[in-house]
Design a protein around this ligand. Structure first.
Ligand code: SAM
Ligand code: DTB
Ligand code: SF4
Length: 319
């Protein structure tokens, strides 16, 4: 039977002396993955801003004035061009994001067309479109979608301090539809929104205890966007950030743990610690959806200095 993780157990691991925690995470990491390979995904915003949701961290919410340039749904030809460039730069997954509460069927048909075209290029596809109904998840599956990104963002307890226009349960329902449609799940959260370490651990336990944990777990560090309610929130302690990554690695041994938004403000040394703690995926390319990511040259230099290689064919080593 699948192991169910409990809070007291993870609390103890989280509080281990730092070297012990990293040693444990490394041990787990190496049973399933090569310790020197990093999976590379590239993001593209295909519909930008004017989102009706009130996620307190988000530059794209219509509730806050963040000075963002809004854009309607992109043309398919533009998306294909961006996917080609991403592939040439070494990306194995192309992720398309839309600032919607959820897609309307007429828009979803266009996104399905984008998925079909991007897949033809031989890269994995991922989309993040907000809440999905069950038949919409099936439409995406039929189009050949590999991954759907939908984050729980934080613990169930802290969730309504951050978003009130949709519930934690709404999110879980969408994840359920994605899983039932046979699409791989990409689901994680954000650290640095004023939550505690307990919230971070609870969020990870929820993911790890799913019948099938997400194949991909993005851990974002909050990017403090001027104009959003979280603009002035206190920084997350960098060692707590690394500890959280280590816990994700230990309790989700087969998942790709993605060091996601926020790398632009991280030192190379902090990123290296995250890789040591078991992170094995990044977003690559100078833009995330609307915010800055390190420029490719900087990432190339970092990977090179650390002796890390871009993963070409995604696979985990079986033990
Ligand atoms: N609208 C869709 C949704 O909410 O599912 C898709 C796009 S949304 C931008 C995807 C994820 O990006 C969010 O769930 C959140 O975890 C992350 N994100 C958004 N703004 C962020 C920020 N300022 N800092 C860090 N992560 C952020
Ligand atoms: C995720 O967890 N992080 C990515 C992706 N999933 C879609 C998005 C980060 C967005 C950061 C803010 C922006 O670029 O607008
Ligand atoms: Fe909209 Fe997604 Fe941003 Fe929330 S995170 S405001 S749903 S784009």
């Amino acid at each position: 039977m699948k192991k169910k993780w409990i809070l007291s157990e993870i609390d103890k691991i989280f509080s281990l002396p730092f070297p012990e925690l990293i040693y444990t995470a490394q041990g787990v990491h190496r049973t399933r993955f090569n310790g020197h390979e990093v999976q590379i995904s590239t993001l593209l915003s295909i519909k930008t801003g004017s989102c009706p949701e009130n996620c307190s961290y988000c530059p794209q919410s219509a509730h806050y004035d963040t000075g963002l340039k809004k854009e309607p749904l992109s043309k398919i030809s533009e998306v294909i061009e961006a996917a080609k460039r991403a592939k040439e730069a070494g990306s194995t997954r192309f992720c398309m994001g839309a600032a919607w509460r959820g897609p309307r069927d007429q828009d979803l048909k266009i996104v399905c067309e984008m998925v079909r075209e991007v897949k033809k290029l031989g890269v994995e596809t991922c989309v993040t479109l907000g809440l999905l109904k069950d038949y919409q998840a099936n439409m995406l599956k039929e189009a050949g979608l590999d991954f759907y990104n939908h984050n729980v963002d934080t613990s169930q307890e802290y969730y309504d301090k951050i978003i009130t226009t949709r519930t934690f349960k709404d999110r879980l329902d969408t994840l359920e539809h994605v899983r039932s449609a046979g699409i791989k799940v990409c689901c994680g959260g954000i650290l640095g929104m004023g939550e505690t370490n307990q919230d971070r651990i609870k969020m990870l336990i929820l993911l790890a205890n799913m019948e099938e944990p997400p194949e991909s777990v993005p851990i974002n560090m909050l990017m403090k966007i001027p104009g959003t309610p979280l603009e002035h929130v206190a920084d997350v302690d960098p060692f707590d950030f690394v500890r959280t990554i280590a816990i994700a690695r230990i309790i989700m041994p087969t998942s790709y743990i993605r060091l996601s938004a926020g790398r632009e403000k991280m030192s190379d040394e902090l990123q290296a610690l995250c890789f040591l703690a078991g992170a094995n995926s990044i977003f690559y390319g100078e833009k995330l959806l609307t915010a800055q990511n390190p420029v490719p040259e900087q990432d190339e230099f970092l990977l090179q200095r650390l002796g890390l290689k871009k993963l070409h064919n995604e696979s985990s080593i079986s033990i």
